[in-house]
Write a protein that binds this ligand. Structure first.
Ligand SMILES: NC(=O)c1ccc[n+]([C@@H]2O[C@H](COP(=O)([O-])OP(=O)(O)OC[C@H]3O[C@@H](n4cnc5c(N)ncnc54)[C@H](OP(=O)(O)O)[C@@H]3O)[C@@H](O)[C@H]2O)c1
Length: 251
């Protein structure tokens, strides 16, 4: 199967890194310098995006910003076979209106795609479900959801999640530095913590994990109550709500 990426930005490159060995890949974009870089790094075909780009029969992977959709769509002629869109908040209806294709699927990946570790969610035409999941599993894990509402919610967790967890990582490091640890040592600690946390979370429910670490009157209990005082839990719940509202607002 040949994949035609439209756009050559951060997300396109992250997905190309995972897919280029399993699929034939071509990238279509307007920035020739970026295309040159991608070509030399991944040994793939690159095409400068011009007017009348023929999408007939192609499997498109749309990786531009949502506001650029109409601009890009005007440059297309013909009808694509499939359209897989990473555009946050652009609904299936918006995609169908803008680009002609047989089947449409929305996917919400995250930047961990660059390391083959994206947590991607998908929804759309069932006829393209299996192939779309296969494509997404080439750059991480994939979860098919039953509705666009769910994918917009998932955007606020897995799509935006790396930025939210980056805040946690940076804050923990800042706390350690505040108490006198060297910054580079604090950063090593935090990286190791995240590395070890993934298998723990895979093996256990978060509430049980917390209970296993928190002993009566101990250090974790003292720190945990400070997090609750700072309304950290409430802050994260609101962050997902805000991200969801923004995601559904774009469509
Ligand atoms: N970054 C993430 O973590 C993440 C996660 C999930 C989903 N997404 C989705 O991924 C999509 C791309 O995000 P990104 O982070 O990869 O953005 P990006 O790095 O800014 O890349 C955007 C790409 O779109 C191209 N583009 C923008 N406007 C254009 C236009 N009018 N005509 C032609 N090309 C145009 C850009 O070309 P130039 O380089 O020439 O400007 C660039 O190749 C977004 O829709 C976003 O919702 C991103």
């Amino acid at each position: 199967m040949k994949l035609t990426f439209i756009g050559a930005g951060n997300m396109a490159e992250a997905i190309i890194a995972g897919t280029h060995e399993r699929y034939e890949v071509e990238v279509v974009a307007r920035d020739e310098k970026k295309l040159e870089l991608l070509k030399s790094k991944y040994n793939i075909t690159t095409i400068k995006l011009d007017d009348n780009f023929d999408i007939e029969g192609k499997n498109l992977l749309l990786c531009v910003k949502p506001y650029a959709l109409d601009d890009i769509a005007k440059k297309f002629i013909g009808s694509a076979k499939t359209l897989l869109s990473v555009l946050a908040g652009s609904s299936l209806e918006t995609l169908r209106t803008a680009v002609t294709a047989e089947h449409y699927v929305r996917v919400m990946p995250n930047l961990a795609a660059a390391y083959g570790k994206s947590m991607s969610t998908l929804c759309g035409d069932e006829a393209f479900k299996k192939e779309a999941i296969d494509i997404c599993e080439s750059f991480g894990m994939a979860l098919w959801l039953g509705s666009e509402k769910e994918i917009d919610i998932a955007t606020g967790v897995a799509g935006s999640g790396p930025a939210f967890l980056a805040l946690v990582a940076e804050a923990l490091s800042d706390g350690a530095v505040k108490e006198g640890l060297k910054r580079e040592d604090a950063n090593v600690l935090v990286r190791g913590l995240f590395e070890g946390f993934a298998p723990l979370l895979n093996a256990s429910h978060p509430a049980l994990l917390k209970d296993a670490v928190m002993s009566p009157g101990g250090t974790t209990a003292a720190g945990y109550s400070a997090l609750e005082e700072g309304k950290v839990r409430d802050g994260f719940i609101k962050a997902v709500t805000k991200a969801y509202q923004r995601a559904k607002g774009n469509g």
